[in-house]
Write a protein that binds this ligand. Structure first.
Ligand code: SME
Length: 137
């Protein structure tokens, strides 16, 4: 039954569906702010395991979005000086903050092995996904 599913298992399905459905989404995951700590913690994800299960605010693309509350589209990760590499195959990244009652509580993070694949359509789509996710948290 749908209501028996935990939030994490639902978010896991979201990650796997996005990764499977969109050819240039190679790694899809959620990070959430970790209590009162000034850091993000990795939640459900689909793709290669990452060492970066904790990311301090301000560090990397994800850590910057935790502070800026703004979408961050990176067409070429090699051009970023504040970037945390998870895999050498990754060429580009998009991070969209997730708001609950107007508060930035985390983000969806997508890595791509394709250079410069993300458009405004991805931003609008992932904002929509995050809104829907916020409704089940
Ligand atoms: N590249 C991210 C780190 C998270 S991994 O992509 C899963 C960053 O710079 O914040």
């Amino acid at each position: 039954k749908d209501s028996d599913k935990t939030v994490d298992s639902r978010l896991q399905v979201v990650c796997e569906l996005l990764r499977k459905s969109i050819p240039y989404y190679d790694w899809v995951g959620f990070y959430f702010k970790n209590g009162d700590k000034q850091e993000l913690k990795l939640g459900p994800y689909a793709g290669e395991p990452t060492d970066h299960t904790i990311i301090p605010f301000g560090k990397g693309i994800c850590g910057q979005v935790a502070i800026s509350n703004e979408n961050f589209v990176v067409p070429d990760v090699a051009a970023q000086d504040n970037y945390i590499a998870c895999s050498i195959t990754v060429k580009s990244e998009i991070v969209i903050p997730l708001f609950l009652n107007g508060e930035n509580i985390g983000q969806i993070d997508i890595d791509s092995n394709t250079p410069d694949p993300f458009t405004e359509a991805d931003e609008r789509f992932l904002e929509f996904v995050n809104q829907k996710v916020a409704e089940i948290l």
